[in-house]
Write a protein that binds this ligand. Sequence first.
Ligand code: N01
Length: 485
Amino acid sequence: MTNQHIVIVGTGFAGLGMAIRLKQAGFHDFTILEQGDEVGGTWRDNHYPGAACDIESQLYSFSFEPNPAWTSEYPPQQEILRYLIHCADKYGIRPHIRFRCAATAARYEDHSGTWEVTTSDGTSITCRSLIAACGGLSRPAIPSLAGLSSFAGKVFHSARWDHAFSLSGKRVAVIGTGASAIQIVPAIAPQVGTLHLYQRTPPWIIPKRNRRFSEAQRSRYQEHPLLQKLARLLCYLRHELAGFGFVVEPKLLALLSRLVRHYIARSIPDPALRAKLTPSYTLGCKRILLSNDYYPALCRPNVELVTSAIAEVTPTGIRCADGTERALDAIILATGFAAADVVAPFPIQGRAGIQLHDAWKDGAEAYLGTTIAGFPNLFLIVGPNTGLGHSSMVYMIESQIAYIQSALATMHKDKLSTVEVKSDIQARYNQEIHERLGRTVWSSGCSSWYHTQSGKNTTLWPGFTFEFRRRTSQFRKDDYQLTSR
Ligand code: N01
């Protein structure tokens, strides 16, 4: 057993960013647990054909590590993964990482005020502070479709793509029409024999202006880093402006939807197909998707959009509620992630034996998405209600990292052994954000992964990102119960 001061779980943007900032602040006594064999989190796991970012690279990167080498505004997955690997190497994070070692449980020890983290390699680590940076999109949601396990062909989730299985000439079903599916469908449509896309709800899709960065532009960013900073700032402001429609005046999004209807009309000549692809809920209620090649792919002769509900999966295919059965060789589940219960993907037991899944039985909640009453010295990154509909999660992650760093520095300076958010502070904060969420476009009546089954929005931040940054800029001791060393 080792006695490390801090344990971080995960090496995506959140875990790596945290580790880099800790090192820069002079904290070197930390271990990172990573279940995979490389860093990168969701950008390591989601390598399906067509995987790319739908937020511009300028903003979808660490503020302290601009990348003049991005090849385009919306970089492909491999480039983002390369960037994260570069960050891990440049800042000397690898020696801290235990690869192929998942956190399997964490228990707070009341008598010592420490966390005992057990791992998949059979060891345990004692630490003073535990930082769960596991991400909201790390656990694939497998739909409970009748007969799925009886299917004799190939089945895999979009986040577990099996590149060894050739789709060439095959009869393939894609289930789901979210952000992953709209990237997968155009990428595989030219290669498969037939593609049947099972849609439950059509997404709102707007065109993607994916400019490539020329050699000259990349050199300019390299030589004049300020230019890239300016590009990032402009990109940030553009997104915050869009945030106005999400969190202040959803009617603006209704106006935008008229323009998008024209785009659909221009893209889909067939009126029957167009009707199936036109959403009936307010634009923005589910995540707005960006694509130039999704609608053209749906117009291909080998692609069929199926809107009848799936009744059951049979050993040879899928049968729909209208009685039609389609014979298939492969089923791709582009059905998203278990995100609304943002719990760390392992059991966490806090003070006095309280289990996190019990504390969160009515839906996950935390203070500033980061700390939880009853769980001293536990910090979450991308915790409850930190997600965004309008901008880059990396910005939110950096806000949380700064907050945790401020907490750890306060603990160090004031010789504190534990900090635990006061339950009334947490309750007041959550009352406020849920009142505000009720006025946003996400409460305009659609179902999405933003909500729990009972309808609580546990994933999204109800404001502008600069407000979250301001509120997380400093750890306020008054909000916490403190114990001294
Ligand atoms: O998942 P989703 P995703 N039967 O939950 C359908 C990020 N991301 O992996 O809408 C039939 O959005 C479901 O239907 P419905 C991004 O934050 C980012 O695509 O619930 N269908 C929906 O169509 C994104 O929001 C990038 O009616 C079923 C789909 O499956 C998040 O990941 C790229 C079903 C799931 O869509 C998740 O996106 C990709 C069932 N039983 C992802 N169950 C970037 O570019 C579910 N569906 C950064």
